[in-house]
Design a protein around this ligand. Structure first.
Ligand code: HEC
Length: 128
């Protein structure tokens, strides 16, 4: 009798254990899918942006609306750093991530379409 009860307990334990493994696996799978989808979206956005040839003037206007509060009217820096020669330190992909990523608070993440992102890039290149 004691053997049969211990095997029953063992079976319960196994079932619980499998349930936990299953749940953990499911959660990891979901995380992976979310990561993959996000990553793919990011890449699509970056590729779309880099394919365009923006206008520095339009980028300048965008900069005056969105960025001067922190980077200064001539992009010489205020709360945020001076952005002259930024394109020598960061490549376009890194700049896109900086502007859209919100990775360095207090700089917010900007939701900006590829055409306007391309304009901004052109403007930043014109600061060299
Ligand atoms: C609320 C203030 C704020 C606004 C608005 C803002 N930034 Fe920033 N930005 C910062 C700060 C602060 C940093 C430095 C972050 C750090 O490195 O920790 C920064 C860093 C950067 C960098 C990287 C500089 C470097 O030396 O690595 C770039 C490029 C940049 N900003 C571009 C922009 C652009 C383009 C806009 C407008 C679309 C913008 N920022 C709007 C505050 C701001």
């Amino acid at each position: 009798m004691s053997t049969s009860s211990s095997t029953a307990a063992e079976r319960d334990f196994k079932r619980e254990f499998l349930k936990i493994v299953f749940v953990v696996f499911g959660v990891l799978l979901i995380c992976f899918c979310i990561f993959f989808v996000n990553h793919n979206e990011d890449n699509k956005y970056i590729i779309a942006t880099l394919e365009l040839n923006g206008s520095a003037e339009k980028g300048d206007a965008l900069f005056k609306i969105n960025c001067v509060g922190c980077h200064g009217i001539t992009a010489r820096g205020l709360v945020g750093p001076d952005l002259h020669s930024i394109t020598q330190r960061l490549n376009d992909k890194e700049i896109i991530k900086q502007v859209t990523g919100g990775l360095t608070p207090p700089m917010p993440s900007f939701e900006i379409d590829p055409a306007n992102m391309s304009n901004l890039l052109k403007y930043l290149h014109s600061l060299e």
